[in-house]
Design a protein around this ligand. Structure first.
Ligand SMILES: Cc1cc2nc3c(=O)[nH]c(=O)nc-3n(C[C@H](O)[C@H](O)[C@H](O)COP(=O)(O)O)c2cc1C
Length: 166
């Protein structure tokens, strides 16, 4: 397709410069092992009911787990959690959860300590979308800590503070 050949690099440049927060989305696999990956495609969808979405690459190692599971947790990273961001994005990392402090919630979802916020979700829909799948979740529990969220911009992460966005 012509449009793809000419536009993919520009698309990457544009989207790579679109600032986002950073999340680690977690669940348990069929053996009750924690699974999680770094995700910035997370977005708010609906207030009534509370719904969110995120997208997973079909080549992701955890795609089967996220297809099977009926729930997941969105851990919204704090600005000082850079290491967790890269650990959960690295394919070479054999035990990602050994590198962070975490616990299981009462909904049996892995929750990372000291994150900015957590949205525990029931999976309500899956939509096939090109080389990704869109997962839609309805929020069943949420919490917020008194810290600043992480900002992702041009392959770098940092902390966003109110004084920098006035
Ligand atoms: C800032 C950032 C954002 C990312 N966002 C996504 C995303 O939205 N969806 C996705 O599938 N992968 C995303 N990735 C890539 C995954 O984190 C990475 O491919 C990871 O190794 C996948 O883990 P898995 O193969 O164990 O599932 C992102 C990586 C980074 C660094």
């Amino acid at each position: 397709m012509m449009i793809k050949e000419h536009s993919e690099q520009l698309y990457r440049e544009i989207m790579g410069s679109y600032p986002t927060g950073v999340t680690i989305i977690t669940t348990l696999d069929v053996n009750n092992k924690p699974v999680g990956l770094t995700v910035n495609s997370f977005a708010s969808v609906s207030l009534d009911p509370l719904m969110i979405l995120w997208c997973i690459d079909k080549n992701s190692g955890s795609i089967e787990t996220f297809k099977i599971t009926n729930k997941f947790a969105v851990n919204i990273l704090a600005g000082n959690q850079k290491e967790a961001c890269w650990v959960f994005a690295s394919r070479n990392e054999t035990d990602r959860f050994a590198k962070v402090n975490w616990e299981l919630s009462s909904n049996d979802l892995p929750i990372l300590n000291d994150v900015f916020g957590v949205l525990e979700c029931k999976k309500v829909d899956e939509i096939d979308a090109g080389d990704h799948m869109i997962l839609i979740g309805e929020v069943i529990n949420l919490q917020k800590n008194d810290t600043d969220p992480m900002l992702y911009f041009r392959r770098k992460v940092g902390s966003i503070r109110e004084e920098s966005v006035q």
